[in-house]
Design a protein. Structure first.
Lengths: 295, 333
């Protein structure tokens, strides 16, 4: 039996927001002891099944995109870690499908197992793919953009019925956080780490912008809710580049431009240099958000 | 004879039979699903029937009882929006949410909403994703009043719960024919601000320009004479679809008509309201004539102001929804 304290952090986010990639990179940093100054360090391989972590880490090392996490193949993974004081911590992370969270918005219900994980979590990590934010766009704006592109008028063709999946990213995320505070869930976690993944794509365009500034500009509804809402969230915002660029996609090998980028990543001597966490100070320590959520 | 080994996996999401790869990225000898018979996938309908998820708040608009639970918190404003159908009620109400999606509205910050699902549905016809050529108004087909909720606050100030009532325009139009129907209009009796809409598109239409103002005046007369207006709430007179007005060659005449309507309203109904102010808005312009939500920020600031509604004797007849609304306010106002 372990004499470690048990802790769990729930990693949330809509589909394809970088949750599994983060876990893969985190396990690499921890297991390969790649960050000497990491706040949490590897302790042991005792009392847990590491097959899923090892599998996703291998794909990350090979610079291959993670396989989409199906709802049916969700996993709960654990890591035995220790902090600078030698305190041993068993961290548990559910590697959940983004659809599980999307269901909360679209179907207005939560899987009981997910509800239990959410209630037990000491902290929440909310992943947002910084390069795939769905913004609200009015008809006039759409028409203007369409005219600018090819002179075509918007609105051509059949009109489209409303579906909740069309909702902007910030609406779905705010509702997810509001639901965590509703009587049916009563999530006890107070700390929330908002992780903007694919941060390297942002930095290519704007090297000076901070994660907080980006959140306020690109997801203003979420930013206002986090700063002014009554969810009582204590928030830190991070920018995360966990891949360092484009990875190989299964079954897609004829994209020369992508292949060159993938090759460049594989040529790096130290795979950990792919990782960059902006706190806003640059860091390679992926354990920082986890350590903060559970301190 | 050699035995043929069939490739199978119990995970319905795995395509190892086709591509030889584990969907979870595991070596086949490590996968706990591999080699086991497929777990039959249920049909979508059967799966839906078998769902036993934890039911979460619907996010849809609120009935009077649900609205009352929010009002019990204290710092709230109830806004009634009065207009015949297609005057832009739902577009105006949802434009507040649409603007918060783009950032704070002046000094006001978004704190949350119990009706985000309803707001999203209401915003859809005005969004590009609807593939509408011009912004449409969601037809409000309601048999009774419903409320949209937004919580907001100024920096370092307490939050305010804003409840904006939406009712089918036919109800208000019918009130002009039979004022007794307004006794069930709970939103009017409780409103801090009653907002009357004048349809700008109808104001520039030669056929309707002479009737649009008089129709609103008649509805206002009905809600006052029918006893729905209690105390002396504030009134907002709002010219909607200002972008239609500005594009029209008759825009100056239309704005003069609105000015005349404003003067006549104050002359006829001024005594019934503690304050009357007029506004011009383009909640969802169909082109770049005006920015999205033009004028809505000024109207929202007016809605946000606390009213000082005067106490009145309780009415003899009190409908059930009215009792709900009054109970939360402490037996009427």
């Amino acid at each position: 039996m372990m004499d470690a304290s048990e802790n769990s952090v729930v990693i949330c986010g809509l589909p394809a927001s970088g949750k599994t990639t983060f876990l893969a990179a985190l396990w690499y940093i921890v297991f390969e002891r790649r960050a000497a100054d990491a706040r949490l360090k590897f302790d042991s391989l005792k009392d847990a099944d590491f097959s899923h972590l090892n599998a996703i880490m291998r794909r990350w090392q090979h610079a291959k995109e993670q396989i989409h996490t199906e709802i049916t193949s969700a996993k709960i993974v654990s890591m035995n870690l220790k902090d600078d004081a030698g305190r041993r911590i068993r961290m548990t992370f559910p590697d959940l499908s983004g659809e599980s969270f999307q269901q909360m918005w679209e179907d207005r219900e939560c899987d009981p197992n997910l509800a239990e994980l959410l209630r037990d979590g000491a902290g929440i990590v909310l992943f947002v793919h910084a390069d795939k934010i769905k913004h609200p766009m009015g008809v006039a704006e759409t028409t203007r953009q369409a005219a600018g592109l090819d002179g075509a008028a918007a609105g051509a063709g059949a009109t489209k019925e409303w579906h909740p999946k069309d909702a902007p990213t910030s609406v779905q995320l705010v509702e997810m956080l509001q639901m965590m505070r509703c009587p049916a869930l009563q999530v006890r976690a107070r700390r929330l780490a908002v992780v903007l993944s694919a941060w390297d794509k942002v930095m290519e365009e704007e090297s000076e912008i901070t994660p907080d500034e980006y959140l306020a500009r690109e997801l203003p509804l979420l930013d206002q809710y986090l700063r002014n809402g009554d969810g009582n969230w204590t928030v830190r915002t991070y920018g995360l580049s966990a891949q360092g660029g484009d990875f190989e996609r299964d079954g897609e090998t004829d994209d020369e431009a992508r292949n060159e980028k993938v090759a460049a990543i594989r040529l790096l001597d130290d795979a950990s240099s792919r990782i960059r966490l902006t706190t806003p100070e640059p860091s390679h320590d992926l354990t920082e958000p986890i350590a903060w959520l559970t301190e | 004879m050699a035995e043929t080994v069939e490739i199978q996996c119990s995970n319905p999401a795995c395509k190892v039979r086709q591509d030889g790869r584990c969907v979870e990225g595991l070596d086949l000898d490590k996968c706990t699903h591999y080699g086991k018979p497929l777990v039959a996938e249920q049909s979508t309908k059967a799966a839906a029937n078998d769902r036993h998820g934890i039911v979460l708040p619907s996010g849809d608009f609120l009935n009077p009882e649900e609205a009352s639970s929010i009002l019990r918190r204290g710092n709230s404003r109830v806004i009634a929006v009065v207009a015949p159908k297609e005057a832009g009620k739902t577009t105006l109400i949802s434009s507040v949410f649409e603007l918060f999606l783009r950032g704070p509205i002046g000094p006001l910050r978004f704190c949350g909403s119990r009706t985000m699902y309803a707001f999203e549905r209401a915003c859809h016809p005005s969004r590009g994703v609807s593939r509408n050529g011009v912004p449409e108004t969601e037809r409000t087909i309601l048999t009774e009043v419903r409320f949209y909720h937004t919580a907001m606050r100024r920096p370092d100030m307490p939050r305010i719960d804003l409840l904006v009532a939406d009712r089918g325009g036919e109800d208000y139009r019918a009130a002009a024919d039979d004022a007794s129907t307004v006794r069930g209009f709970v939103e009017i009796g409780r409103a801090d601000t009653i907002t009357f809409l004048v349809d700008g598109r109808q104001l520039v239409d030669p056929v309707t320009r002479n009737s649009v103002g008089s129709e609103i005046l008649a509805i206002a007369q009905a809600v006052i004479d029918g006893g729905a207006v209690e105390g002396r709430p504030r009134a907002a007179l709002v010219l909607t679809k200002l972008d239609d007005v500005r594009r029209s060659p008759d825009r100056e005449r239309a704005e003069r008509d609105f000015q005349r309507f404003d003067e006549k309203f104050r002359q006829i109904h001024g005594e019934s309201f503690s304050e009357i102010r007029s506004f011009k808005v383009a909640a969802c312009p169909s082109d770049d004539t005006l920015p999205l939500g033009h004028g809505v920020d000024v109207l929202l600031a007016y809605w946000e102001e606390a009213s000082t509604i005067e106490a009145v004797e309780p009415a003899l007849y009190v409908s059930s929804p009215t009792r709900y609304m009054q109970r939360l306010q402490g037996s009427g106002k």
